[in-house]
Design a protein around this ligand. Structure first.
Ligand SMILES: *[C@@H]1O[C@H](CO)[C@@H](O)[C@H](O)[C@H]1NC(C)=O
Length: 162
């Protein structure tokens, strides 16, 4: 994997994902999530995150639990950060891109969101070291539910992510 990364690269990845995502259900391997997370973390000079099997198991279990209603409802806090997404045939790469797009709603100087940016701030939280994600097909047979868990967790109210 290269060491340079910028926003236009992210956009290029997103565009290719858009083309692929409906035909194939790719882009949900551990490396897909990790490289998408570390791309932006590298841009911001943050330590890269690594994949954690325990977090991945918990994320997968929660995605399975939610497939009945497919609602974006957070699990009760258990010490990990959590990002959720759902969409038709959604891949892990695409879900992470949706969260990354929230950076446009984040004002780092004021540490404020203009709309929604909590998924983004968890991705770029400087003390988060490990991630694990899971994906489940909802009972409607077409929607995927994606859950990523983060440890140490981010999004402490009143604190800056970096
Ligand atoms: C994380 O960011 C905060 C806010 O800028 C800073 O105070 C803290 O020292 C940083 N911690 C690490 C480990 O980089």
């Amino acid at each position: 994997m290269g060491h340079s990364c910028n926003i236009s690269l992210v956009l290029a990845i997103f565009i290719s994902v858009l083309h692929l995502s409906h035909a194939q259900d790719k882009g949900s391997a551990p490396d897909d999530y990790v490289s998408m997370h570390n791309c932006i973390r590298r841009v911001l000079n943050l330590k890269p995150v690594t994949w954690d099997e325990e977090l991945a198991k918990k994320a997968q279990a929660y995605a399975e639990e939610r497939k009945v209603d497919c609602q974006l409802i957070h699990a009760p806090f258990s010490g990990d950060g959590e990002n959720l997404a759902m969409g038709q045939d959604l891949s892990g790469t695409w879900a992470t891109q949706l969260w990354l797009d929230e950076r446009l709603d984040y004002d780092h100087q004021k540490n404020e969101c203009t709309a929604m940016c909590g998924h983004y701030t968890q991705i770029v939280w400087n003390t988060t070291e490990r991630i694990g994600c899971g994906k489940a097909r909802c009972n409607d047979g077409k929607t995927n539910f994606i859950c990523c868990r983060y440890n140490p967790p981010g999004n402490y109210i009143g604190q800056y992510p970096y």
